[in-house]
Ligand binder design. Sequence first.
Ligand code: ZN
Length: 411
Amino acid sequence: MVRPQVSVIRMQKIRARPKAPADRNHVQVASNEMTRDINRDVVLGRIRALQPVSRVDLARASGLQPSTVSSIVEQLLHERWICEGAIVKTARGRRPTLLSLNDNLVILAADVRPSHAVVALLDLNGRFLERHLLPLCGDPQRSLKTIVTVMEEIRAKHPGYTFEGVGISLPGRINLSTGQLMMAPNLSWGDFDVKRYLEAALKLEVQLENAANASLLAELWFGRMEGVRNAVLLTISEGLGTGILAEGRLVTGQHGLAGEFGHICMDPAGPVCSCGARGCWEVLASSRAALRYYAELEPDLGSKTILQVMSLALSGDASANKALQQQALCIGRGLHLLNAVLSPDLILIASDMLFPDMYMTIIERECRADLMAGEGPRLVLIGDGEVMRLRGAAAVALRRHSGYYRANQAL
Ligand SMILES: [Zn+2]
């Protein structure tokens, strides 16, 4: 008899907070801005895919009104995201100027990991112009100083480029309102203000994003996700991360904390996780978990890297194979839960190592086990996690111009 009363109280609470007229106006404005931003993303995406492309072909390919395309193109030219190039003669003698992305606009990106960072220079097409590996220490200020030094060297080497901004992918969650790192159990940087430090040092706008969300943005920006509106991207490395695209929008949740599926309890009696809880999905399915499984089977063989264990498994080592099978089993079981909650069309798996078919088969089998209805999600390995995170970091720097970001900021 208690439950109905609780439910009534909740209803009253919801009714007690009517929307002010200003809120309705805000939503209306946000909705118009969102349409404009989505159209802008469509046009930019078509230019990226078809470049060099004429305005006429662009309007045809985008499905938008020529006047809409024309005004977006003018805006993109003004912002120098695109440039006009070759002139082509047509049968009617008209000479449309072809449009391309501006190769001169570049982004500095860093993929920060617990023990190292990779700093790169990318253009708007996601092409790598430079890439450097740097070791990091546990101290955030010293680690960031190293990153700043390398980024300044890159800038000095390329005086002809326009540096649009800096994007950083981090193994933690970022507070969307303050830009501060909120939770990064594998990094141990506390609440150091990464954004403010880098902006003061580099004099460029800096955007931070969680590694899984960054990888998902990379797929949206540079990848092959056209038409997909519901997807999950799983990153597998020292930890597990998930980025969620629901109905075409990146899910951020309260303060940007959504997506911590890695810390859902799978086994209350399991090992202690870096977050302090026991038996999280991460502590059972990450690369660290695979190394632990291997060490339990071969306690006398010393520490190994995940690539060494994979190489042993591929050369027929039974313990390495068993450790990776156990990891695959746990990855698949977590994906099964995730599918039950979100029912995505697509699950992308970004990992530092490519899981061979024999492990992907286990992951797929567990993910699809006892599906309640439908055919389940498509699982796609997108390979090199580092490339994804760097492209993602670049996409993060670009996303402040993007509908996905503005929509999340506005609503
Ligand atoms: Zn945990």
